[in-house]
Ligand binder design. Sequence first.
Ligand code: BTN
Length: 251
Amino acid sequence: MHKILANTIFLGKDVIILTECHSTNDIAYQKFKAKEAKEGSIIITDKQIKGRGQRGSQWFSEPEMNLTFSLILTPFFLDASEQFGLNMAVSLGIREALSEYVTGIKVKWPNDIVHDESGKLGGILIENTISNKGIELSVVGVGLNINQTHFPFPNATSVAQLAGAAMDKEEIFRRMISKIEKYYLLLKKGHEKKIRDLYKSHLYKFRKMSNYNDGKDFIGEIVGISDQGKLIIEKENKSLHQYAFKEVKFV
Ligand code: BTN
């Protein structure tokens, strides 16, 4: 089934709804390659049976309860070294949309959406196809806990759990797509710095002394995000360190 979102310029003008699929990211990639989907198309399902997460992990989502979808974007205006701009733009859109329902929503570097005190609400898995012309294809997979209230693992939460009531996930989806589009177009117009400043202002544990591990446990404070999207942490002894994805863990 196909649907068209009315409140956007290009994103979601073709929403492909699947009753069940293994991974919306895989389907999005296949459909783009087969020319059955283009920039702005969205693949969404209520039952994803082989969802993929970051670091090769699996993404579990209770059928019918949550949002699991993938956006197709062609951000040829970004080169490989600028790809974190897209992570920031998408994270900001999601955070802003969810903040219309509950307070305390933060973006956790690099790709998580969390609640300040209650844990992880969702994550983003961006898979880019890069050539010498820049980023030719970006499949942006989003998994968000909306109405699920029981989780088989710790530190997970949902919008319904935070709000204390079941949510209208189609409405959240529509609002979120419009916000993601807003930040994507801002990035396209060259406002990367503004996006990075906003991302920092909503960053989980920004300027708060916390425990990390980079091979060794240490105490430090997140003080920034580098041009390439690395996390900048100031250690207790005031030395500055930049970390790529997987080089540092929040403890
Ligand atoms: C994470 O590990 O936090 C990222 C999770 C991303 C999950 C989403 S659900 C929709 C899309 N399809 C997938 O297979 N993964 C992403």
